[in-house]
Design a protein around this ligand. Structure first.
Ligand code: ATP
Ligand code: MG
Length: 555
């Protein structure tokens, strides 16, 4: 382990426990998602933290599904969560469900009743909310607060037996209605929900509240450090109170700042709204910050882990610039993505002095960052495609690409000069006639020519078509927590977050690219083959990220 000064505050707490012997030097964390949506990059932060601590301290980490809200949860989500955690590179020690513990939790609720520490309240949710008071004004005690243990037990058992309507009764802890901490003002522990649970079916019609279940599940599993986000700091007294009342094993809850990312939303509720409202195509839409969306976009587990590491653990909420996430993926893909050339908006170039019927192959490194991978051969011929915006008829000063009469280098190949611009009846440029200089070939250039620009290209005789999807920020403002009055967060969805290029030109050998493989299209960015490739019988690529940050300049 590193020296203390490099440790984050959670590691320092663990070290102090190891010194005092509080947990017999054990470290056992858990990642506790509620299976009510797909995981996002914020969860990835929590996963890397919890599994990372277990690895560092030679401990364990459980995957626990916090499934106490039957209406919103589903097995589809359970499976996607398992898949995402594994994909990020982690294997859990135990896999548990809060619902596995419903019997034990129920027993503990009865114990609290028997100790006079919990009561059945017949007030409605509205009445309970109205009598809670405010942080500065004490709440009012419920008229049902001083029921006898026998009556409470009887009512709670009948709640469990399904005798009462939803919303007609709850079980509350009996703590302190004038506590300065609102969470200690007789919090609700159980409510009636006549809903089918994805695992326990119709066996239960009362379900524990998160605050009741969470710490007790931690206790059952022997968790040492229960790491959660900052908003649960004010719940910690209740976490501790329940465990102390029951006299059971006591984990330590530790809070850290949740990850917020600029230009996106992270709450599952909002993500669900985007999916269901068809603002995006699916949970794995490459524009979403979901783990499945990032994967489809071309993010690698290593880049996400690196990002989680770089942002560290903070004690105060902040917004991380999404540019940092993009930096991490660029850094990773630069090392691992093979290079190829593709042309998004093709303009045909005919090299008039290149012999008709002749072709050749020019050599390029697979990845200049990894010269040991060797070279690839790129087909070249008389007709090629270049990008439309690599040619300008009336160029501004400082434009070093192709112009009428101007010269430019075709990457890995020859220098060409534009001799003629062909246009259609409407005046659109349809083709360029150029000449090439045979002695200017890259690697053996004896032409003595100096050109300032180098552009990419694809040989027409070896070109295939592909659909390319270019993505931009999903929102137009960086901080979605700061919506002006009278506006909805969805008003700030970027209408140009997806641009589809229907007919880009790629090298024919790219037709072999497997789904999910990631490439650098030279000068254009990193691109990942999309699963829609199979559906559409045509290669579909998602741009993961551009080579350089163009956002800051353009907006
Ligand atoms: P959401 O608001 O997106 O639904 P949640 O906290 O309700 O998030 P859970 O499934 O309960 O989602 O979260 C599982 C774990 O992931 C919790 O320990 C939670 O603290 C953590 N987590 C969730 N969102 C973030 C985030 N943005 N940054 C860091 N950790 C997070
Ligand atoms: Mg939650």
């Amino acid at each position: 382990m590193e020296a203390t000064e490099h440790k984050n505050f959670i590691e320092q707490i663990i070290d102090s426990h190891n010194e005092s012997g509080r947990f017999q030097k054990r470290v056992h964390t858990r990642f506790p998602p509620e299976p009510n949506g797909y995981l996002h990059i914020g969860h990835a932060k929590s996963i890397c933290l919890n599994f990372g601590l277990a690895q560092k301290y030679n401990g364990k980490c459980n995957l626990r599904f916090d499934d106490t809200n039957p209406e919103t949860e589903d097995v589809e989500y359970v499976e996607s969560i398992r898949n995402d955690v594994r994909w990020l590179g982690f294997q859990w020690d135990g896999e548990f469900f809060a619902s596995d513990y419903f019997d034990q939790l129920y027993q503990w609720a009865e114990q609290l009743i028997m100790k006079g520490k919990a009561y059945v309240d017949d007030q409605s949710a509205e009445q309970i909310a109205a009598t809670r008071g405010t942080p500065t004004v004490p709440g009012k005690e419920s008229p049902f607060r001083n029921r006898s243990v026998e009556e409470n037990l009887d009512l709670f058992r009948r709640m469990k037996a399904g005798e009462f309507e939803e919303g007609s009764r709850v079980l509350r802890a009996k703590i302190d209605m004038s506590s300065p901490n609102m969470h200690m003002r007789d919090p609700v522990l159980y409510r009636i929900k006549k809903a089918r649970h994805h695992r326990t079916g119709d066996r239960w019609c009362i379900y524990p509240m998160y605050d009741f279940a969470h710490g007790l599940c931690d206790s059952i599993e022997g968790i040492t450090h229960s790491i959660c986000t900052l908003e649960f700091e004010v719940h910690r007294p209740l976490y501790d109170w329940l465990i102390e009342q029951l006299g059971i094993y006591h984990p330590q809850q530790i809070e850290f700042a949740r990850l917020n990312l600029s230009y996106t939303v992270m709450s599952k509720r909002k993500l669900l709204e985007l999916v269901e409202g068809k603002y995006v195509n699916s949970w794995d839409d490459p524009r979403l910050p979901t783990i499945s969306g990032l994967r489809r976009r071309g993010y690698t587990p290593a880049a996400i882990r690196h990002f989680a590491d770089k942002i560290g653990v903070a004690k105060r909420d902040n917004i991380i610039d999404v540019a940092l996430l993009e930096f991490c993926i660029r850094e990773d893909l630069n090392k691992i993505a093979p290079r190829t050339m593709a042309v998004l908006r093709p303009l045909k170039v005919v090299i008039t002095n290149y012999p008709e019927g002749q072709t050749e192959e020019v050599s390029a490194l697979i990845n200049p960052e990894m010269p040991q991978l060797g070279s690839r051969l790129v087909p070249f011929g008389r007709e090629i495609y270049i990008e439309q915006d690599d040619f300008m008829e009336n160029p501004p000063k400082g434009y070093f690409r192709l112009t009428p009469g101007g010269e430019v280098r075709l990457k890995y190949a020859y220098i060409i000069r534009c001799e003629e611009v062909i246009k259609d009846a409407a005046g659109n440029i349809t083709e360029l006639r150029c000449i090439y200089f045979p002695e200017s070939k890259s690697g053996s250039d004896t032409s003595g020519k100096k050109v300032k620009g180098t552009i990419h290209w694809v040989a027409a005789h070896e070109a295939a078509s592909a659909e390319v999807r270019l993505y931009d920020r999903l929102f137009t403002i960086p901080d979605l927590s700061d919506i002006p009055e009278g506006k909805d967060w969805k008003d700030f969805i970027n209408p140009h977050s997806l641009e589809v290029i229907p007919d880009a030109k790629i090298e024919k050998n790219m037709l072999q690219a497997s789904i999910g493989s990631i490439w650098q299209f030279e000068r254009l960015g990193y691109f990942c083959t999309d699963p829609d490739t199979n559906k559409s019988n045509k290669l579909v690529f998602n741009r993961t990220v551009t080579l350089k940050d163009t956002w800051a300049k353009a907006h």
